[in-house]
Every structure is written in structure tokens, then in C-alpha cells.
Write a protein that binds this ligand. Structure first.
Ligand SMILES: [Zn+2]
Length: 377
């Protein structure tokens, strides 16, 4: 009897101890949340420069084409709850019907929907194909044929690819401790810079113009669950409901202020690289700008500008942070504690920028913003 009690006590103690790290992780999220609130209150949006910033998500699946059970109403409601202005649907294809024709398109509940597909090529390459013959290489780490004709972009970051690296046991206990209070912030534990995707994009940029986008790859089906022998879910934790997925990362499209947001203006902006990737769950990225100027020209990300001795780049961030400017994939400038930078350049090349928020501690090494490049020719 005495031994049994002792064993029980030890087991209880061990259980308690095993939970300490997760309690501490929850505390870290509370601090992160306070840091983000502070950051958002300090936002100073740079002067507008002829373009309006629209936020939305790319790479979303519904019940069409399998893999997901998400309904249209769930997707519309999640887009509204996130105050998104657009959602780019990319349904898996089906042999006997056209899933792109059947998915959400046009305006629904004040949100613009674009109807696209996620297509698998015979060699296994996957492409996001959008109206207007726009095609984006998905999952670049697995992408083989970089000479695919008409390739317009690369999905440099994908939430699902990132999520595959999550340890399910850790995620399970994180979810138990933190999901109720911090459903989207929890992802900060797992967020990783897409080194491989960025490297492949930088390599591709030496050969062709390619728009960088982030894919939410939202299926509402990533989760951990305990099932009994009949398959009934006993304890289920869904990590990627649309509402959460749409908060993590967004594509911000820049559209000329005198044009409305509609399918053509949005797709034109994506094709032109007039857009940037914002991990908005770490703070609102709206208003970020990356431009280039010389006498007589002012261009934005995605554009080409002619090289002249006075050509300069300008980065403006809504909050101070660490600004990294890369030329042809190599770091050219890396400065912390600034919200803007003007950089005269002395060479032709492909320039892009990444912004980090070291003041947020635990996510200091994960990018907050990834711009599209300016091509200095
Ligand atoms: Zn997908």
C-alpha cells in the first residue's frame, strides 16, 4: 500500500514537471502578445506614394478536390474576421469536373475571391495556376523544372511546409496550454525562415523575373487528435482552422490608387511583383514600402529601373526593426533599430529586402516582411 502511494506520488510529480516547460512557453506567448500590442501602437505608416496596400491570402483549399472539409461559408467568414480584401483559391484538380470553375470567385461578403487551381505536373512539380495564365511554383524545395515556360512566381514560404516540421507531442501540449488564449501566436514557436525557398527564389531571379508569394495552404485539416479503436475522436486539436491560418501570413498587393481592387488589377499586381509577404500575426505590416529612384524615375518592388550613378533604394517600415537588403541573394546591408533606409547603389543587380523585429525576442530571427525584388538593369 505504501509503495503504491509512493509510486503514484512520483508519477504525479513527474507529470507536473513535464508540464513546466509548457507553462513557461505560455508565459512567453503572453510577453510576445504584449510586445506586439506595443508595436502596433507605435506604427507610423509612411507617406503613400500612389499605391494602395490590400491584404489577402494565397493558396486556399475548400471541400472541392478532396484533402479538406472546409465550406465556402467558413472561408468567407474567416476572410471577413481577418478583414482580408482578397483570397486566392487554389483547388486541387479533379478528373471529371472543373474545381476552379466551381470554387469561390468574385465578391462574396465584401471579399474579392480569385478562382485558381493547384496542379500537379507529370514530374510531380506543383503549380498554383490562376486566371490570366498566371502560374506560381508551389513547394519550391520539391520543384524540379525551373525552366517551366511562363513561370511567373515562386511560393517562397508555405505554412504547411513549415507546419510539417512541428513536433506533434510538443504541439499537443502547447495547444493544451496556449491555444485558447493564443490560437495564432502559438505558431511563433514553430515559425522558421524559409531558407531553402528563399535560396531557390534568389537563384531563379538571376535568370528571370519571378514574384515571391507566401502560401497559407489552408485546408483546415492540420491537427493532432487521440482516437479510440472505432476511430471516434476523443480529444482533437485543430491547428489550422481558416481563421487562424489567415492570420499568420498574408500577401499585401500594391495597386495604383486610381484603380479599384478587382480580379484584373490584383492579378496584374501579383504578376508584376507589386506585392510583399507580411507575417501579420507578429504585427500589422501594412504600409511597408520598398522603392527605387533616380532622376526622372520612381519604381516600386517588382519593377525594373535603369542603373544610373544616382540610383538609390529606399526601404520604409511601419515600425523600427532590423532592415536587411540583399543583392543577388547576398546580404548587402544589415542594420538594426531603424525604420527607414536610403541606400545609393553602385551596381546593377536584383535587390530585395527582409525586415525583422529583434525587439520581439523569441521571433528575432524570423522575417516579419519579405519584399519583392527591384531589378536594376
Ligand atoms: Zn495545397
Amino acid at each position: 500500500m505504501k509503495i503504491r502511494r509512493l509510486v503514484l506520488l512520483v508519477v504525479a510529480l513527474l507529470l507536473l514537471l513535464s508540464q513546466t516547460p509548457f507553462a513557461y512557453r505560455r508565459y512567453k506567448l503572453r510577453r510576445l502578445s504584449a510586445g506586439i500590442q506595443q508595436l502596433n501602437s507605435e506604427r507610423r505608416v509612411p507617406e503613400p506614394y500612389g499605391f494602395k496596400d490590400y491584404k489577402g491570402v494565397v493558396h486556399v483549399h475548400s471541400f472541392l478536390g478532396g484533402h479538406s472539409s472546409g465550406s465556402f461559408s467558413e472561408i468567407i467568414a474567416a476572410a471577413q474576421a481577418n478583414q482580408l480584401q482578397f483570397v486566392i483559391m487554389t483547388e486541387h484538380t479533379e478528373k471529371d469536373f472543373d474545381t476552379a470553375a466551381m470554387t469561390l470567385q468574385g465578391m462574396h461578403g465584401g471579399v474579392l475571391f480569385i478562382n485558381g487551381n493547384e496542379v500537379s505536373a507529370p514530374n510531380g512539380d506543383r503549380l498554383l495556376t490562376l486566371p490570366g495564365e498566371l502560374s506560381i511554383a508551389a513547394y519550391p524545395e520539391e520543384f524540379k523544372n525551373w525552366d517551366t515556360p511562363g513561370l511567373d512566381g515562386v511560393e517562397v514560404y508555405n505554412v504547411f511546409t513549415n507546419a510539417k516540421r512541428i513536433n506533434p507531442v510538443v504541439a499537443f501540449f502547447d495547444a493544451l496550454w496556449s491555444k485558447r488564449s493564443y490560437p495564432d501566436l502559438m505558431f511563433a514557436f514553430y515559425l522558421t525562415r524559409p531558407d531553402e525557398g528563399l535560396k531557390l527564389w534568389d537563384q531563379g531571379l538571376t535568370r528571370a523575373r519571378l514574384t515571391g508569394v507566401a502560401g497559407n495552404d489552408a485546408h483546415a485539416n492540420i491537427g493532432v487528435s487521440l482516437k479510440d479503436s472505432s476511430g471516434k475522436t476523443l480529444l482533437g486539436i485543430q491547428l489550422d482552422p481558416y481563421d487562424t491560418s489567415f492570420r499568420l501570413v498574408r500577401l499585401h498587393a500594391l495597386i495604383e490608387a486610381n484603380k479599384p481592387l478587382e480580379a484584373t488589377s490584383l492579378l496584374d499586381a501579383v504578376r508584376a511583383g507589386h506585392c510583399y509577404i507580411g507575417f501579420d500575426f507578429l504585427g500589422d505590416t501594412s504600409g511597408f514600402s520598398f522603392t527605387a529612384e533616380n532622376t526622372g524615375e520612381r519604381k516600386i518592388q517588382g519593377d525594373e529601373i535603369s542603373f544610373k550613378p544616382e540610383t538609390r533604394l529606399r526601404v520604409q517600415s511601419p515600425v523600427p526593426g532590423r532592415i536587411v537588403i540583399l543583392k543577388d541573394g547576398a546580404i548587402l546591408l544589415d542594420e538594426t533599430g531603424i525604420s527607414g533606409k536610403e541606400l545609393p547603389i553602385s551596381e546593377k543587380g536584383v535587390y530585395r529586402t527582409e525586415i525583422y523585429l529583434p525587439q520581439l525576442g523569441m521571433v528575432a530571427n524570423q522575417p516579419w516582411i519579405i519584399s519583392n525584388p527591384i531589378y536594376v538593369r
